[in-house]
Design a protein around this ligand. Sequence first.
Ligand code: ZN
Length: 243
Amino acid sequence: MKAIRIAILLCIISMTCFAQQKIQILVITGGHGFKQEPFYHLFDSLGRGISYDKLEQPAANELIASPAVDKYDALVFYDMYNSITPAQKQAYVQLLKKGKAMIFLHHSLVSYQDWDEFQRIIGGKYYEKATLVKGDTIKSSYQHDVIIPVKIADPKHPVTRGLKDFKIYDEVYGNFGIQPNIRPLLSTTHPGSSHCIAWINSYEQTDVLFIQLGHGPEAFGNPNYRKLLRQGIEWSVLRHRKK
Ligand SMILES: [Zn+2]
């Protein structure tokens, strides 16, 4: 009995240490302008448990295809980039096969217009050019400076836990493609937006998180957005550390 009690105690201690382990993320930008100061304030606001490095493309894709990527618990994409080599594409897929946590924000949905696998990774596609999809011509749209009513589509999920429906001043995307098997987290009734605006997409061993929101300072400073991002990072990292 004593041995079992000690074993349980050790288990609890190690789980506590594990949960308190500092999270190291890489914030990837490039290919689209943004207001740097308020953007990094958002990451500063996530608390001492999450530390971050920043890297701009094309250096980020070079790092992703190198062993240096192993240092990071999660990759957070805020890039909008199109240039990627075959070796780098393979590196993305290899990381996802190993269960590397990846979180994609806002205009990262527009990345890699010519790499078809990318939409299966992120769970959707922003069509920059009119594209024929299953018989329909689709072209995505955007609208800046709008007030978006956000509905929590899945309040029980750890990423959205504790959040109530909220409004955010931000940018909507309309008419973008969504993969059929995503798990919706947030939705909106804004007429300029597609209905689902945040989801989880399972790809290989990774549950990829995508959040469409996050254009500018108003979103970066929004307490709901901050909570969403923090919980999103924490959940992604813990989820994939367990595997
Ligand atoms: Zn934007």
